[in-house]
Ligand binder design. Structure first.
Ligand code: GLN
Length: 283
């Protein structure tokens, strides 16, 4: 981007220049951040001029994005369920698909009764915190094996003044001995080690530990399903996000582990994305 000869450099100018290097949408989000303005302001004030410092700051961010770094890591934040969360390269960038998991969890948890909820592999804490915010009578336990992730999730809960979540460092259920929940949810790593998508776009910058699982991506899902019943109250639900081709095998594993009312639900792209079942203990 070179504006040396121009006297007034406007929002419209910098956006169209940046669009040569990165998507218009990304450029807009980065510019909003630099100018501390919202989308509506960009639309209504395309002729507003920028100071040299603003132009320079924006150019640096555009360069970072053009090198492939995800916008959420550049800005250190990401929106999920209309809430702003802090994210760093130690945690996965929350995906829109995961909002389906939250929708289903909220369907299962009454707003007028206290429930005990467990989020396994909480990462930035988006699932646990969003549910806790919408179900204030419930108590949410957010577990992750990464101390860095727990630290970020805690910061998010504090920043959002959500007090009904507690955090625990745990390798899946390991540190949760003898505790029982009414709902267990997880968006575990589920990408196969040899999946070519791992070398593309944002995935290149995200922690492999949060993305990848052995056994064609099924290892963590299987680990969770095989232990979940011991941590569920009778009638409690287990809900899991999974890959585009894992609904059938996930449902089969749930049935084999004794879960009833087993189902899958598709995301907005029509891909089966969440499967779940209810724990029905033998009499
Ligand atoms: N629970 C977090 C999320 O859904 C992290 C998931 C993960 O790291 N696999 O964004």
């Amino acid at each position: 981007m070179n504006f040396e000869k121009q006297q007034y450099i406007t929002i419209e100018d910098v956006l169209s220049q940046a669009h040569i290097l990165i998507s218009y949408n990304d450029a807009r989000i980065l510019l909003q951040h630099v100018l501390k303005i919202n989308h509506a302001y960009i639309i209504t004030h395309p002729e507003q001029s920028l100071t040299p410092i603003q132009i320079h700051t924006f150019q640096l961010l555009v360069k970072q994005r053009a090198s492939g770094e995800p916008v959420s890591y550049i800005l250190g934040e990401c929106e999920f369920y209309s809430i702003k969360f802090k994210v760093t390269p130690s945690v996965l960038i929350p995906r829109q698909e995961t909002e389906l998991l939250v929708d289903l969890a909220l369907e299962k948890v009454s707003s007028s009764m206290p429930c005990k909820i467990l989020d396994l592999g909480t990462g930035s804490g988006v699932i646990a915190i969003t549910i806790a915010k919408h179900r204030t009578l419930s108590n949410v336990t957010a577990a992750d094996n990464s101390a860095d992730a727990i630290a970020i999730a805690k910061t998010n809960a504090e920043r959002l003044s959500v007090n009904n979540v507690n955090f625990i460092k745990s390798d899946w259920f390991q540190a949760l001995t003898k505790r029982k929940f009414d709902l267990i949810i997880s968006n575990p790593p589920y990408i196969a080690l040899n999946d070519p998508h791992l070398n593309q776009q944002d995935l290149r910058f995200e922690p492999k530990l949060a993305l990848v699982a052995e056994q064609d991506g099924m290892f963590c899902i299987q680990t969770i399903i095989s232990s979940a019943a011991s941590y569920l109250n009778a009638g409690g639900w287990l809900l899991l996000e999974h890959g585009y081709n894992q609904a059938k095998i996930t449902k089969q594993l749930l049935k084999e582990a004794g879960f009833i009312s087993v189902f899958s639900r598709s995301d907005l792209a029509g891909i089966p994305r969440v499967s779940g079942g209810r724990y029905d203990p033998p009499l």
